[in-house]
Ligand binder design. Structure first.
Ligand code: FES
Length: 140
């Protein structure tokens, strides 16, 4: 995300940033950029969401939210598809929001993305996004 890359690598930062350890995040949002989902949002949706995360000040520190672009997740029927995991060690972690899957995210406004980001940081289930949530089952 804008860092200089070490020689011989495609994404290893040349200089590590302690505020952005590469594998740490309080939550991570995965946005599908597979062919079928991309046909719904030909632009760079993950890049746009990263900009929102940054504008909200959620790109640094202990409550960092990370956004990752993925290939096909085998869930094309929900296009455009996205999902999120919370870090089990995050202070906002809750079992109810540890995983969430989302459909038709290409229809989302910036406000709806901000709602997802806020709800992940606060560890709450978003009622405002309920119509887009893909039903999931938690196995105990
Ligand atoms: S292309 Fe997105 S789930 Fe298949």
């Amino acid at each position: 995300m804008g860092s200089d890359v070490a020689a011989g690598f495609s994404c290893k930062p040349e200089t590590g940033d302690p505020e952005k350890p590469i594998l740490f995040a309080a939550a991570q949002i995965f946005i599908c950029a597979g062919e079928r989902c991309r046909s719904c949002h030909p632009g760079d949706l993950a890049g746009s969401v990263r900009e929102l995360v940054k504008a909200m000040g959620c790109d640094n520190g202990d409550d960092r939210i990370k956004v990752t672009r993925t290939g096909c997740n085998g869930a094309c029927r929900y296009r455009a598809f996205a999902y999120a995991y919370q870090n089990g060690n995050a202070k906002s972690y809750s079992r109810a929001t540890s995983f969430s899957a989302w459909k038709r995210v290409h229809e989302w406004t910036d406000e709806q993305w901000k709602e997802l980001i806020s709800s992940l940081r606060e560890g709450r289930v978003s009622e405002a996004l309920r119509e887009f949530r893909v039903e999931d089952k938690v196995y105990y």
